[in-house]
Design a protein. Structure first.
Length: 436
């Protein structure tokens, strides 16, 4: 079986494509059930964020194409479209990719910490849906250990750099004095919590958090002295908002051009800064056509993110080294497990042959046959049964000139000779020349 990582991210696909391939929270259980049910897949996990959709699977040789075709069917996309922007990694490369994702080395914001939490959520969901077996379970646990080591031993997470931080940094270029600005945050997830915290630290005193449920919005807003509203109250809140940052899991846009245009008229066309972090997008792209709106998506944050990337590059180099060590360690453990499984299977086979020969010998003894002859036959029969399969394999390898198998056979089948042997004692005693 092969470990496969297949997906798209911000480097390989535009936000328009990413939002088509993204899984909403409501879709994930169904998607995992379908993916795990494919005949070529024995284990599966799905990671879906605003910047990436990735599938981690344990599969056979035909699994990659099967996964790609399933992804296309699920999202009504052609395999050709997906192939143009999809990447795949196998075995060690797949393990390395997962570890790089976990520590934020593959993120738009280098070293951003949120992805590790999102990956842990994906792991828990796959586990609940019985998508994980021994292989993915061990890989995820090993990955989390490597990520913890990287966070502890490098400075990759010390600076507050994230998509949320980049959004607030971009807003600071437009508003000189945050204390006079009012912010409307749509959504109440981890990203919006970070945005709210960064805005509060930057000096924004008037925060409004809109969410599908008021209770969840209050959890975010109350910590920072903000106000909580429901999504239906957004049109009224837009009239006062100088900054609008949205990040929800809604499959459809929340802010349309008409709603924003109406709010601008009541604001007497005072400008509004908007950032749509969500995938699929929360704000219709046509909103950006309005004269008094500065609308940005996650792709537009790249410039800000590049500035911050330099500060983490040294730490990233250290992280890459730790990841390589982590991959080597995972490989080593996997080889040991594979060796252990082979040993277990071989011993089970030998014990089956032993039991068969023993039972036959006991039957002969019960029939009154000569014990010496029974034991001699038992030894001969057991030796032949144990040697039959290796002997046939050596003959086949010799006829097919499989030199690697022939070279390995003596190490596996013959006792190891010592590096040197003590000379055998001389048979005759040394002549005694002592005078009588």
């Amino acid at each position: 079986m092969t470990l496969l990582a297949l997906g798209i991210n911000h480097r390989t696909a535009s936000v328009a494509v990413r939002e088509q391939v993204a899984f909403t929270p409501a879709q994930l259980d169904h998607a995992l059930e379908q993916l795990r049910g494919l005949s070529h897949i024995s284990e599966a996990a799905v990671l879906s964020t605003c910047n990436r959709t990735e599938l981690y699977c344990v599969t056979d040789a035909a699994g990659e194409q099967a996964v790609l075709e399933w992804l296309g069917r699920f999202h009504n996309l052609s395999v050709e479209e997906l192939t143009r922007c999809a990447y795949h990694y196998l075995d060690n490369d797949a393990a390395r990719h997962l570890m790089r994702v976990a520590v934020g080395l593959d993120s738009m914001v280098l070293g951003e910490p949120q992805i590790l939490g999102q990956l842990k959520d994906a792991y828990q969901q796959a586990r609940q849906m019985q998508g994980l077996g021994g292989e993915l379970e061990r890989l995820f646990q090993h990955t989390f250990a490597v990520a913890k080591q990287v966070r502890t031993e490098t400075g990759i997470g010390k600076n507050p750099v994230s998509v949320a931080y980049a959004a607030v940094s971009m807003a600071s270029r437009i508003f000189d004095d945050f204390s006079r600005s009012r912010a409307l945050l749509i959504g109440a997830g981890e990203t919006i919590e970070l945005v709210a915290r960064h805005l509060h630290e930057a000096g924004v005193c008037q925060l409004t958090v809109a969410n599908r449920t008021r209770e969840r919005a209050e959890l975010v807003s109350s910590r920072l002295g903000g106000k909580a509203i429901t999504l239906s109250e957004i049109p009224a809140a837009l009239e006062d908002a100088d900054i609008v940052i949205s990040s929800t899991a809604s499959p459809l846009p929340i802010l349309g051009k008409g709603m924003v245009e109406s709010a601008l008229k009541k604001r007497r066309h005072r400008p509004v800064f908007m950032v749509d972090i969500a995938v699929p997008r929360d704000i219709e792209s046509e909103v950006g056509e309005l004269a008094d709106v500065f609308l940005y998506t996650v792709d537009d944050l790249e410039e800000v993110i590049e500035e911050n990337r330099r500060y983490r590059q040294v730490a990233a180099d250290q992280a890459e080294s730790l990841i390589e060590h982590g991959v080597s360690s995972w490989q080593h453990e996997k080889r040991i497990r594979n060796g252990g499984e082979l040993i277990r299977d071989y011993r089970q086979h030998a014990e089956t042959l032993r039991d068969q020969s023993r039972d036959q010998a006991l039957e002969r003894l019960a029939r009154g046959e000569d014990p010496a002859k029974v034991i001699e036959r038992l030894a001969h029969q057991l030796a032949n049964r144990l040697m039959h399969q290796p002997t046939q394999a050596i003959r086949d390898a010799a006829s097919q000139e499989q030199h690697d198998l022939l070279e390995a056979a003596p190490r596996l089948l013959l006792p190891v000779k010592p590096a040197f042997e003590k000379p055998a004692p001389t048979a005759n005693r040394q002549k005694d020349n002592t005078p009588a």
